[in-house]
Design a protein around this ligand. Structure first.
Ligand code: GDP
Length: 377
């Protein structure tokens, strides 16, 4: 048994937090012996995982993600939950700097022992960062965190990655986003199960307009979703070499909700909860109740129709295939004959002396074991 396991699965105390931090450091390490230990640990705690609600949160910088997540975390803690906040920050691997996952941004939440906040793993490319975050989700679940929030920024690939590891993907939008319907038509909006028009307090009329526009746009996507085949559980286990993510057309069972919201007002309401209850605010945009009711409804509907489990199966399968893909590429690049031949073959392709397809064929053939020596006649 791994030494960290008893504390990880044990009571919620300082020892558990330490074990969790150590376990995350272990899985973030790229040392070969650490990877072996990490796999053993993950396999051992797998029976204790899967029970959390995995919530993806995204939106452009400045939309209010950290304000929202901190206030949501405090709200959930108030409801008796334990909350982990993880981040997938694609910038940190490129620039060394981080635009997400900065602990000091959520000071109040991070000082609460019922919350666990972990900045984005910073090593390697997005694929590596995503892999570590997936594994960290499992660690947090084993440690009994009932809600795992995974935050990312609105820059394409990282949103796809977070969508591929969460049960519910929530997109934060600014009230003026509805004016840019072109931007909404493609891409990330199609991933959203819930859309929050944040900062509704700044311009309530604009927020209401944006809500109507985005709702209409999402209906359009829903229509496509209904007519596109979606992967069932069986497809999830079929080998799909090259699958790097778990995107399937939206199942027709859920029409994404769009809510007006104010993370700032909700955050300000938190410290004086008693006062807020004594004098309830009429505008539900200032409260988490409406948001959490939508999350709970999504969970109830999707669990009832099997999509909740099917999504997790697709994600687990896509995760495995992505790792096999990456592992094969790594082995290919490290193969001595490939290393010796590759520069010349690349030059031939660039010079139009060799077609890309026969170049690929030749290079892959190098991986095949040499034929057994012919027996003398
Ligand atoms: P992030 O970059 O998406 O994490 O955004 P932050 O949470 O750091 O918020 C950016 C700025 O917007 C901060 O100054 C927040 O106080 C402010 N902000 C966040 N949510 C709201 C909101 O609902 N209403 C208003 N008026 N300001 C907000």
């Amino acid at each position: 048994m791994h030494a960290l396991l008893p504390d990880l699965l044990g009571p919620h105390n300082a020892a558990q937090r330490r074990a969790l931090s150590k376990a995350i450091t272990l899985i973030e390490s790229s040392r070969a012996d650490h990877r072996v230990q990490a796999h053993a640990l993950l396999d051992a705690l797998l029976p204790h995982t899967g029970r959390s609600l995995r919530l993806g949160i995204s939106g452009v910088p400045g939309v209010g993600k950290s304000t929202f997540i901190e206030a949501l975390g405090l709200y959930l803690i108030g409801q008796g939950q334990r909350v982990a906040v993880l981040a997938v920050d694609p910038s940190s691997s490129v620039s060394g700097g981080s635009i997400l996952g900065d602990k000091t941004r959520m000071e109040r939440l991070s000082s609460d022992e019922r919350a666990y906040i972990r900045p984005s793993p910073s090593r390697g490319q997005l694929g590596g960062v995503a892999e570590k975050t997936r594994e960290t989700i499992l660690l947090c679940e084993a440690a009994g965190y009932g809600v795992v929030i995974v935050e990312t920024v609105g820059v394409g690939q990282s949103e796809t990655a977070v969508h591929g590891m969460t049960d519910l993907f929530c997109l934060l939008q600014l009230p003026n986003a509805g004016d840019e319907l072109q931007a909404i038509k493609k891409g990330v909006m199609e991933l959203a199960d819930l859309v929050l028009i944040n900062k509704a307090d700044l311009d309530p009329a604009a927020a209401t307009r944006a809500r109507a526009q985005i709702t209409a746009a999402l209906r359009l996507f829903g229509w496509h979703g209904e007519h596109a085949p979606h992967a069932g559980a069986n497809e999830a286990i079929a080998p799909q070499a090259g699958a790097t993510e778990a995107i399937a057309p939206r199942p027709p069972t859920w029409q994404p909700r769009v809510l007006e919201f104010s993370a700032l007002s909700a955050a300000q309401a938190q410290p004086t909860r008693a006062a807020a209850q004594a004098q309830p605010m009429r505008n539900s945009a200032h409260r988490f109740d409406a948001f959490w009711a939508a999350v709970s409804e999504f969970q109830r509907v999707q669990q009832a129709n099997g999509q909740w489990q099917a999504r997790r199966q697709r994600q687990a399968s896509a995760w495995m295939w992505a790792l096999i893909d990456a592992g094969l590429k790594q082995r290919f690049a490290a193969h001595p004959q490939v290393r010796a031949r590759l520069p010349e073959v690349v030059q031939q392709v660039l010079a139009d002396a060799l077609s890309p397809s026969s170049a690929a064929h030749q290079m892959l053939a190098l991986l095949e074991p040499a034929p057994p020596p012919q027996a003398p006649a």
